[in-house]
Write a protein that binds this ligand. Structure first.
Ligand code: ZN
Length: 431
Protein backbone atom coordinates (compact mmCIF):
# COMPACT_ATOMS: atom_id res chain seq x y z
CA UNK A 1 0.00 0.00 0.00
CA UNK A 2 1.16 3.51 -0.81
CA UNK A 3 0.18 6.48 1.35
CA UNK A 4 0.36 9.18 -1.31
CA UNK A 5 0.20 9.17 -5.12
CA UNK A 6 3.26 11.45 -5.28
CA UNK A 7 5.36 8.41 -4.35
CA UNK A 8 4.60 6.77 -7.69
CA UNK A 9 4.86 9.60 -10.24
CA UNK A 10 6.50 9.24 -13.65
CA UNK A 11 9.82 11.05 -14.05
CA UNK A 12 8.20 13.86 -16.08
CA UNK A 13 5.36 14.39 -13.65
CA UNK A 14 7.71 14.41 -10.71
CA UNK A 15 10.21 16.82 -12.23
CA UNK A 16 7.41 19.22 -13.08
CA UNK A 17 6.32 19.29 -9.43
CA UNK A 18 9.91 19.54 -8.20
CA UNK A 19 10.74 22.48 -10.47
CA UNK A 20 7.62 24.38 -9.57
CA UNK A 21 8.31 23.88 -5.86
CA UNK A 22 12.02 24.66 -6.19
CA UNK A 23 11.26 28.00 -7.84
CA UNK A 24 8.85 28.87 -5.04
CA UNK A 25 11.36 27.88 -2.35
CA UNK A 26 14.18 29.89 -3.93
CA UNK A 27 11.96 32.96 -4.25
CA UNK A 28 10.75 32.64 -0.66
CA UNK A 29 14.30 32.27 0.67
CA UNK A 30 15.71 35.10 -1.43
CA UNK A 31 12.99 37.53 -0.50
CA UNK A 32 12.86 36.74 3.23
CA UNK A 33 16.18 35.35 4.44
CA UNK A 34 19.14 37.70 4.51
CA UNK A 35 21.60 34.81 4.46
CA UNK A 36 20.31 33.47 1.13
CA UNK A 37 19.90 36.92 -0.41
CA UNK A 38 23.55 37.72 0.33
CA UNK A 39 24.73 34.41 -1.07
CA UNK A 40 22.78 34.98 -4.28
CA UNK A 41 23.81 38.63 -4.62
CA UNK A 42 27.50 37.77 -4.17
CA UNK A 43 27.39 35.83 -7.45
CA UNK A 44 24.70 38.01 -9.09
CA UNK A 45 22.23 35.14 -9.12
CA UNK A 46 18.52 35.95 -9.18
CA UNK A 47 15.64 33.60 -8.31
CA UNK A 48 14.45 33.98 -11.94
CA UNK A 49 17.73 32.39 -13.10
CA UNK A 50 16.48 29.05 -11.79
CA UNK A 51 14.63 27.86 -14.87
CA UNK A 52 15.38 24.13 -14.82
CA UNK A 53 16.18 21.61 -12.07
CA UNK A 54 19.75 21.53 -13.33
CA UNK A 55 20.01 25.26 -12.57
CA UNK A 56 20.04 24.36 -8.87
CA UNK A 57 23.77 23.74 -9.38
CA UNK A 58 24.28 27.50 -9.71
CA UNK A 59 23.25 28.00 -6.07
CA UNK A 60 25.98 27.87 -3.40
CA UNK A 61 25.85 25.13 -0.76
CA UNK A 62 24.57 25.66 2.76
CA UNK A 63 26.60 24.06 5.56
CA UNK A 64 26.14 23.22 9.20
CA UNK A 65 28.35 26.16 10.16
CA UNK A 66 26.04 28.53 8.24
CA UNK A 67 23.21 27.24 10.43
CA UNK A 68 25.27 27.66 13.57
CA UNK A 69 26.03 31.26 12.69
CA UNK A 70 22.34 31.93 12.31
CA UNK A 71 21.61 30.45 15.77
CA UNK A 72 18.94 30.45 17.03
CA UNK A 73 16.33 31.79 14.59
CA UNK A 74 18.30 33.72 11.97
CA UNK A 75 17.09 31.74 8.95
CA UNK A 76 13.33 32.17 9.27
CA UNK A 77 11.51 32.91 6.03
CA UNK A 78 8.27 33.79 7.79
CA UNK A 79 7.44 35.96 10.78
CA UNK A 80 7.79 34.42 14.22
CA UNK A 81 4.08 34.24 14.84
CA UNK A 82 3.80 31.60 12.12
CA UNK A 83 6.32 29.29 13.85
CA UNK A 84 4.74 26.67 16.13
CA UNK A 85 7.60 24.30 17.04
CA UNK A 86 11.38 24.20 17.12
CA UNK A 87 13.90 21.40 17.40
CA UNK A 88 17.67 21.41 17.65
CA UNK A 89 20.68 19.17 17.27
CA UNK A 90 22.58 18.24 20.41
CA UNK A 91 25.40 20.70 19.82
CA UNK A 92 27.99 18.26 21.11
CA UNK A 93 30.58 19.71 18.72
CA UNK A 94 29.63 23.39 18.88
CA UNK A 95 26.52 25.54 18.93
CA UNK A 96 23.38 23.52 18.21
CA UNK A 97 21.63 23.86 14.87
CA UNK A 98 17.99 24.82 15.15
CA UNK A 99 15.12 24.14 12.83
CA UNK A 100 11.74 25.87 13.06
CA UNK A 101 8.39 24.66 11.74
CA UNK A 102 5.16 26.31 10.73
CA UNK A 103 1.97 24.27 11.19
CA UNK A 104 2.17 23.40 7.50
CA UNK A 105 5.79 22.21 7.95
CA UNK A 106 4.65 19.95 10.78
CA UNK A 107 1.87 18.57 8.58
CA UNK A 108 4.46 17.75 5.90
CA UNK A 109 6.67 16.10 8.49
CA UNK A 110 3.73 14.00 9.68
CA UNK A 111 2.93 13.12 6.07
CA UNK A 112 6.53 11.95 5.38
CA UNK A 113 6.54 9.75 8.49
CA UNK A 114 3.06 8.40 7.68
CA UNK A 115 4.39 7.40 4.25
CA UNK A 116 7.25 5.56 5.99
CA UNK A 117 5.00 3.85 8.50
CA UNK A 118 2.85 2.68 5.58
CA UNK A 119 5.94 1.36 3.79
CA UNK A 120 6.63 -0.69 6.91
CA UNK A 121 3.13 -2.16 6.77
CA UNK A 122 1.55 -0.05 9.53
CA UNK A 123 -2.19 0.45 9.60
CA UNK A 124 -4.54 2.71 11.50
CA UNK A 125 -5.19 0.13 14.23
CA UNK A 126 -1.48 -0.39 14.94
CA UNK A 127 0.13 0.51 18.25
CA UNK A 128 3.41 2.35 17.86
CA UNK A 129 5.75 2.19 20.85
CA UNK A 130 7.81 5.30 20.22
CA UNK A 131 11.07 4.88 22.12
CA UNK A 132 12.88 7.74 20.41
CA UNK A 133 13.75 10.53 22.82
CA UNK A 134 11.12 13.27 23.16
CA UNK A 135 12.62 16.74 23.45
CA UNK A 136 14.67 19.03 21.27
CA UNK A 137 15.90 15.94 19.40
CA UNK A 138 13.69 15.40 16.33
CA UNK A 139 13.26 11.63 16.78
CA UNK A 140 10.45 11.47 19.34
CA UNK A 141 8.20 14.23 18.06
CA UNK A 142 8.83 13.37 14.40
CA UNK A 143 7.53 9.82 14.74
CA UNK A 144 4.74 11.13 16.97
CA UNK A 145 3.47 13.59 14.34
CA UNK A 146 3.56 10.75 11.79
CA UNK A 147 1.71 8.33 14.05
CA UNK A 148 -1.01 10.94 14.54
CA UNK A 149 -1.22 11.57 10.81
CA UNK A 150 -1.59 7.85 10.11
CA UNK A 151 -4.25 7.61 12.78
CA UNK A 152 -2.42 4.87 14.69
CA UNK A 153 -2.08 4.73 18.48
CA UNK A 154 1.23 6.24 19.50
CA UNK A 155 2.67 5.45 22.93
CA UNK A 156 5.07 8.33 23.71
CA UNK A 157 7.25 6.22 25.99
CA UNK A 158 10.45 8.01 24.93
CA UNK A 159 13.92 6.47 25.28
CA UNK A 160 15.23 4.53 28.28
CA UNK A 161 13.65 2.67 31.22
CA UNK A 162 14.12 -0.71 29.58
CA UNK A 163 12.00 -2.73 32.03
CA UNK A 164 9.06 -0.43 31.38
CA UNK A 165 9.63 -0.72 27.61
CA UNK A 166 9.41 -4.52 27.85
CA UNK A 167 6.32 -4.43 30.10
CA UNK A 168 4.63 -1.99 27.71
CA UNK A 169 5.45 -4.23 24.77
CA UNK A 170 3.75 -7.17 26.50
CA UNK A 171 0.81 -5.33 28.11
CA UNK A 172 -0.20 -3.17 25.15
CA UNK A 173 0.87 -5.73 22.54
CA UNK A 174 2.65 -3.00 20.60
CA UNK A 175 2.95 -3.67 16.85
CA UNK A 176 5.84 -1.33 16.07
CA UNK A 177 8.92 -0.25 17.98
CA UNK A 178 10.65 2.96 16.91
CA UNK A 179 14.06 3.78 18.41
CA UNK A 180 17.75 4.02 17.61
CA UNK A 181 19.26 0.74 16.35
CA UNK A 182 21.63 0.51 19.31
CA UNK A 183 18.69 0.76 21.71
CA UNK A 184 16.75 -1.84 19.69
CA UNK A 185 19.70 -4.20 20.13
CA UNK A 186 19.68 -3.54 23.83
CA UNK A 187 15.93 -4.12 24.08
CA UNK A 188 16.32 -7.43 22.25
CA UNK A 189 19.04 -8.60 24.60
CA UNK A 190 17.08 -7.40 27.62
CA UNK A 191 14.03 -9.34 26.48
CA UNK A 192 16.10 -12.51 26.32
CA UNK A 193 17.65 -11.86 29.72
CA UNK A 194 14.28 -11.13 31.30
CA UNK A 195 13.09 -14.49 29.96
CA UNK A 196 10.17 -12.99 28.03
CA UNK A 197 9.34 -15.43 25.21
CA UNK A 198 8.83 -14.01 21.72
CA UNK A 199 5.26 -15.40 21.80
CA UNK A 200 4.40 -12.95 24.56
CA UNK A 201 5.15 -9.92 22.46
CA UNK A 202 3.36 -8.86 19.32
CA UNK A 203 5.99 -6.71 17.64
CA UNK A 204 6.04 -6.98 13.86
CA UNK A 205 8.15 -4.06 12.81
CA UNK A 206 11.05 -1.89 13.99
CA UNK A 207 11.85 1.49 12.43
CA UNK A 208 15.37 2.51 13.31
CA UNK A 209 17.63 5.41 12.47
CA UNK A 210 19.45 8.48 13.85
CA UNK A 211 22.73 6.59 13.92
CA UNK A 212 24.71 4.44 11.56
CA UNK A 213 24.08 0.72 11.56
CA UNK A 214 25.04 -2.29 9.52
CA UNK A 215 23.29 -5.34 8.07
CA UNK A 216 24.92 -7.48 10.78
CA UNK A 217 23.20 -5.34 13.37
CA UNK A 218 19.91 -5.59 11.49
CA UNK A 219 20.12 -9.37 11.65
CA UNK A 220 20.67 -9.33 15.39
CA UNK A 221 17.79 -6.94 16.08
CA UNK A 222 15.42 -8.89 13.84
CA UNK A 223 16.25 -12.16 15.57
CA UNK A 224 16.17 -10.89 19.12
CA UNK A 225 12.81 -9.13 18.77
CA UNK A 226 11.23 -11.31 16.08
CA UNK A 227 10.61 -8.35 13.79
CA UNK A 228 11.38 -6.96 10.36
CA UNK A 229 13.35 -3.74 10.59
CA UNK A 230 13.35 -0.64 8.40
CA UNK A 231 16.04 1.96 8.10
CA UNK A 232 14.82 5.55 8.42
CA UNK A 233 16.85 8.63 7.49
CA UNK A 234 16.64 12.28 8.32
CA UNK A 235 18.47 15.13 9.94
CA UNK A 236 17.52 18.02 12.16
CA UNK A 237 18.86 20.63 9.75
CA UNK A 238 16.53 19.49 6.98
CA UNK A 239 13.47 18.35 8.98
CA UNK A 240 14.17 15.34 11.18
CA UNK A 241 13.46 11.64 10.57
CA UNK A 242 11.33 10.75 7.56
CA UNK A 243 13.30 12.39 4.76
CA UNK A 244 13.77 8.81 3.52
CA UNK A 245 12.84 5.30 4.59
CA UNK A 246 13.07 1.70 3.44
CA UNK A 247 10.07 -0.12 2.02
CA UNK A 248 9.26 -3.85 2.27
CA UNK A 249 12.07 -4.58 -0.20
CA UNK A 250 14.67 -3.39 2.34
CA UNK A 251 16.69 -2.29 -0.65
CA UNK A 252 17.58 1.36 -0.20
CA UNK A 253 15.59 4.18 1.38
CA UNK A 254 12.92 6.00 -0.62
CA UNK A 255 13.59 9.74 -0.44
CA UNK A 256 10.37 11.78 -0.24
CA UNK A 257 11.61 13.62 -3.30
CA UNK A 258 8.54 15.75 -3.89
CA UNK A 259 9.46 17.39 -0.55
CA UNK A 260 13.27 17.09 -0.63
CA UNK A 261 15.35 17.37 -3.79
CA UNK A 262 18.41 15.09 -3.58
CA UNK A 263 21.79 15.59 -5.22
CA UNK A 264 25.02 13.68 -4.86
CA UNK A 265 28.37 15.48 -4.88
CA UNK A 266 32.06 14.78 -4.57
CA UNK A 267 32.76 15.75 -0.93
CA UNK A 268 36.25 17.01 -1.79
CA UNK A 269 35.60 19.09 -4.92
CA UNK A 270 31.91 19.90 -4.42
CA UNK A 271 31.26 18.79 -7.99
CA UNK A 272 27.86 17.24 -8.79
CA UNK A 273 28.04 13.51 -9.51
CA UNK A 274 25.76 11.20 -11.48
CA UNK A 275 23.34 8.86 -9.76
CA UNK A 276 25.03 5.55 -9.01
CA UNK A 277 28.30 7.18 -7.99
CA UNK A 278 29.09 7.23 -4.27
CA UNK A 279 29.32 10.69 -2.77
CA UNK A 280 27.90 13.16 -0.27
CA UNK A 281 24.16 13.70 -0.13
CA UNK A 282 22.93 17.27 -0.64
CA UNK A 283 19.29 18.11 0.11
CA UNK A 284 17.02 21.03 -0.75
CA UNK A 285 13.63 21.39 0.91
CA UNK A 286 10.86 21.93 -1.66
CA UNK A 287 7.84 22.62 0.53
CA UNK A 288 9.07 23.94 3.88
CA UNK A 289 8.23 27.57 4.51
CA UNK A 290 9.31 28.22 8.13
CA UNK A 291 12.96 27.63 7.46
CA UNK A 292 13.56 26.53 3.88
CA UNK A 293 16.96 24.97 3.35
CA UNK A 294 18.75 25.09 0.02
CA UNK A 295 21.49 22.67 -1.03
CA UNK A 296 22.37 21.54 2.47
CA UNK A 297 25.55 19.47 2.64
CA UNK A 298 24.57 16.55 4.85
CA UNK A 299 28.12 15.10 5.07
CA UNK A 300 26.43 11.70 4.77
CA UNK A 301 28.01 9.40 2.22
CA UNK A 302 25.63 7.36 0.10
CA UNK A 303 24.64 6.36 -3.44
CA UNK A 304 21.41 7.34 -5.22
CA UNK A 305 19.37 5.36 -7.70
CA UNK A 306 16.23 6.20 -9.67
CA UNK A 307 15.52 2.65 -10.77
CA UNK A 308 11.93 1.74 -10.12
CA UNK A 309 11.50 -0.25 -6.92
CA UNK A 310 9.66 -3.59 -6.78
CA UNK A 311 7.20 -1.96 -4.37
CA UNK A 312 5.95 0.31 -7.17
CA UNK A 313 7.27 3.58 -5.79
CA UNK A 314 9.30 5.74 -8.16
CA UNK A 315 10.92 8.03 -5.60
CA UNK A 316 14.72 8.19 -5.69
CA UNK A 317 16.36 5.71 -3.31
CA UNK A 318 19.51 6.20 -1.28
CA UNK A 319 21.72 3.39 -0.05
CA UNK A 320 22.48 2.83 3.63
CA UNK A 321 24.80 5.60 4.87
CA UNK A 322 28.31 4.22 4.60
CA UNK A 323 29.92 6.98 6.63
CA UNK A 324 30.10 10.69 7.21
CA UNK A 325 32.66 12.67 5.31
CA UNK A 326 33.73 14.31 8.56
CA UNK A 327 33.63 11.04 10.58
CA UNK A 328 36.33 9.54 8.46
CA UNK A 329 39.35 9.06 10.65
CA UNK A 330 42.88 8.98 9.41
CA UNK A 331 44.79 6.82 11.85
CA UNK A 332 48.43 6.00 11.26
CA UNK A 333 47.79 7.12 7.68
CA UNK A 334 44.93 4.63 7.22
CA UNK A 335 41.37 5.80 6.42
CA UNK A 336 38.92 4.29 8.87
CA UNK A 337 35.16 4.69 9.29
CA UNK A 338 33.49 3.90 12.61
CA UNK A 339 31.11 1.64 10.65
CA UNK A 340 34.06 -0.65 9.84
CA UNK A 341 34.79 -1.07 13.53
CA UNK A 342 31.12 -1.82 14.12
CA UNK A 343 31.15 -4.44 11.41
CA UNK A 344 34.19 -6.10 13.00
CA UNK A 345 32.55 -6.11 16.44
CA UNK A 346 29.33 -7.64 15.24
CA UNK A 347 31.16 -10.68 13.93
CA UNK A 348 31.80 -11.65 17.54
CA UNK A 349 29.24 -13.20 19.87
CA UNK A 350 28.54 -11.78 23.32
CA UNK A 351 29.38 -8.14 22.69
CA UNK A 352 27.06 -5.26 21.92
CA UNK A 353 27.72 -2.86 19.06
CA UNK A 354 28.23 -0.09 21.60
CA UNK A 355 31.76 1.06 21.27
CA UNK A 356 33.93 4.12 21.55
CA UNK A 357 36.98 4.79 19.44
CA UNK A 358 39.47 6.80 21.43
CA UNK A 359 42.33 8.21 19.37
CA UNK A 360 45.36 9.89 20.97
CA UNK A 361 48.83 10.87 19.88
CA UNK A 362 50.93 10.74 23.05
CA UNK A 363 54.15 11.23 21.13
CA UNK A 364 54.47 11.11 17.36
CA UNK A 365 52.44 7.97 16.72
CA UNK A 366 48.68 7.58 16.82
CA UNK A 367 47.27 5.23 19.40
CA UNK A 368 43.79 3.80 19.25
CA UNK A 369 41.81 2.29 22.06
CA UNK A 370 38.47 0.73 21.24
CA UNK A 371 36.21 0.43 24.26
CA UNK A 372 33.45 -2.12 23.82
CA UNK A 373 30.43 -2.81 25.98
CA UNK A 374 29.85 -6.47 26.73
CA UNK A 375 26.75 -8.18 28.02
CA UNK A 376 26.37 -8.42 31.80
CA UNK A 377 27.02 -12.17 32.09
CA UNK A 378 30.16 -11.88 30.09
CA UNK A 379 31.53 -9.00 32.07
CA UNK A 380 31.51 -10.92 35.31
CA UNK A 381 33.12 -13.99 33.80
CA UNK A 382 36.72 -14.98 34.32
CA UNK A 383 39.57 -12.59 33.56
CA UNK A 384 41.11 -15.17 31.26
CA UNK A 385 37.92 -15.29 29.21
CA UNK A 386 37.87 -11.51 28.99
CA UNK A 387 41.42 -11.41 27.72
CA UNK A 388 40.62 -14.03 25.14
CA UNK A 389 37.66 -11.97 23.93
CA UNK A 390 39.75 -8.81 23.76
CA UNK A 391 42.26 -10.61 21.53
CA UNK A 392 39.46 -11.91 19.35
CA UNK A 393 38.05 -8.39 18.91
CA UNK A 394 41.50 -7.03 18.18
CA UNK A 395 41.99 -9.60 15.41
CA UNK A 396 38.56 -8.89 13.93
CA UNK A 397 39.21 -5.13 13.80
CA UNK A 398 42.60 -5.74 12.29
CA UNK A 399 41.19 -7.88 9.50
CA UNK A 400 38.45 -5.29 8.77
CA UNK A 401 40.59 -2.14 8.88
CA UNK A 402 44.23 -3.20 8.81
CA UNK A 403 44.79 -1.39 12.11
CA UNK A 404 46.24 -2.72 15.34
CA UNK A 405 44.22 -1.27 18.21
CA UNK A 406 43.99 -1.76 21.96
CA UNK A 407 40.69 -3.22 23.11
CA UNK A 408 39.08 -2.63 26.49
CA UNK A 409 35.87 -4.33 27.55
CA UNK A 410 33.41 -2.26 29.60
CA UNK A 411 30.23 -3.00 31.51
CA UNK A 412 26.91 -2.56 29.70
CA UNK A 413 25.62 1.03 29.40
CA UNK A 414 28.81 2.67 30.62
CA UNK A 415 29.83 4.35 27.36
CA UNK A 416 28.58 7.90 26.77
CA UNK A 417 25.36 8.55 24.87
CA UNK A 418 23.63 11.71 23.81
CA UNK A 419 19.91 11.78 22.98
CA UNK A 420 20.02 7.99 23.24
CA UNK A 421 22.59 7.91 20.45
CA UNK A 422 25.93 6.35 21.16
CA UNK A 423 28.99 8.59 20.91
CA UNK A 424 31.40 6.75 18.63
CA UNK A 425 34.61 8.72 18.37
CA UNK A 426 36.75 10.78 20.71
CA UNK A 427 39.75 12.15 18.87
CA UNK A 428 42.17 13.92 21.18
CA UNK A 429 44.96 14.38 18.69
CA UNK A 430 45.96 17.95 17.99
CA UNK A 431 45.95 17.74 14.20
ZN1 ZN B 1 10.34 0.31 -2.54
Amino acid sequence: MVWNENECLSKDEKEKIQLERLKKTVKLAYENVEFYRKRFDEISLKPEDIKTLKDIEKIPYTTKSDLREAYPLGLLAVSRDEIVEVHASSGTTGKPTVTAYTQNDLDIWGECIARGLTMAGAKKDYIIQNAYGYGLFTGGFGIHHGGNRLGAITIPISAGNTRRQLDTMVDFQSDIITCTPSYAMYLGESRQKAGIPLEDINLKVGIHGAEMWTDEMRKRIEESLGIKTYNIYGLTEVMGPGVAQECSQQNGMHIQDDHFYPEIIDPKTGETLDYGEPGELVLTSLTKTGMPIIRFRTKDLTTLTEEKCECGRTTVRMSRITGRSDDMLKIKGVMVFPSQIEKALLKINGITPNYLIHVTRPDILDEVEVKVETTKELFFDEVKEMEKLEKQIQASIRSETGLRVDVTLCEPETLPRSEGKAVRVIDERKL
